[in-house]
Design a protein around this ligand. Sequence first.
Ligand code: PHE
Length: 349
Amino acid sequence: MKEKVGSIRESLNTDIKEVKTIQDIVELKSKYIGKTGLISELTKGMAELSIEEKKEFGMIINELKNEANSLIFGKEEEINNAILNEKLNKEAIDITLPSKKIKRGSLNPMTRITEEFEDLFVSMGYTVYDGPELETDENCFRKLNLPLGHPARDTQDTFYLKDEVDEYLLRSQTSTAQVRAMEDNTEKGPIRIVCPGKVYRRDEDATHSHQFMQIEGLVIDKNISMADLKGTLETMMKHVLGEKTEVRFRPSYFPFTEPSVEVDVTCFKCGGKGCNLCKDTGWIEVLGAGMVHPDVLTMSGYDPKVYQGFAFGTGLDRMAMFKYGIPDIRTIYGNDLRFINQFDRKDEE
Ligand code: PHE
């Protein structure tokens, strides 16, 4: 009996070293600890033994059984762990791999150019002022020195809800902000604003759209002169179109400014030498400006003997077309991604 126990123990110890798979474990279980396994066989042989011997061998067999159990089940756990680890390793996510690119949208050129103007003027102490697109005839024309029937109204072929007398219209110029800013200022003190926004006129061709964007500037203070206007516009044009840009004033007429000027910049394409863009003149007309007309100041409650001001207005679409070389204004408002995607954010990063 003792010999048998010893040889079973020995063969178990060699067998266990050979175990590699779960199938090997299944076989070992049935060979040693299963119902018909070697250890059960030993128990059967105990029937013929005396009570004393039964006790002795019972203990020995139990010991062997416990040993076999812990060896086999221990090995089984080892194998299961190895299988699990291998699985975990295989399924692990490598966080160092590059991620999928998230497609980012891009700003419309109009948004970009508007923000460029706003940033500059805010840095010079201006406030960005907002006004409604649906306006009164009074704010759009009358308080800007364009009474009913004034011939200069014709240049802004306008969308009226009914007619001129009936008040409401889609604003044809952001100069409405001049009136609104002056009237809002109840203390009748200094003003420094820019007002970007949509305006509407009954136009439509490659360089004109029935709806476009303007940005208006208004400064009201004591001792303001044309020199301040020129310095401001020079700073503005250099900022937007490049340091080499020069600015020139030509006399012009707007009912709400006196004197009025038409402002040209040196052609940024040819640098002023003359090319197809500037029609060989070296200059490009970009905006209208002037000193706020005393009557306009008076109509909105300012004393022109104390306060002066300058105002300017420019088409943001036109500026974007120049800056980005866009030949047709209508592409700005179309939804063609081939156009929009050219204005990605690479240069902002
Ligand atoms: N509002 C004018 C226009 O749309 C531009 C302008 C603004 C002129 C301010 C002078 C002063 O043509």
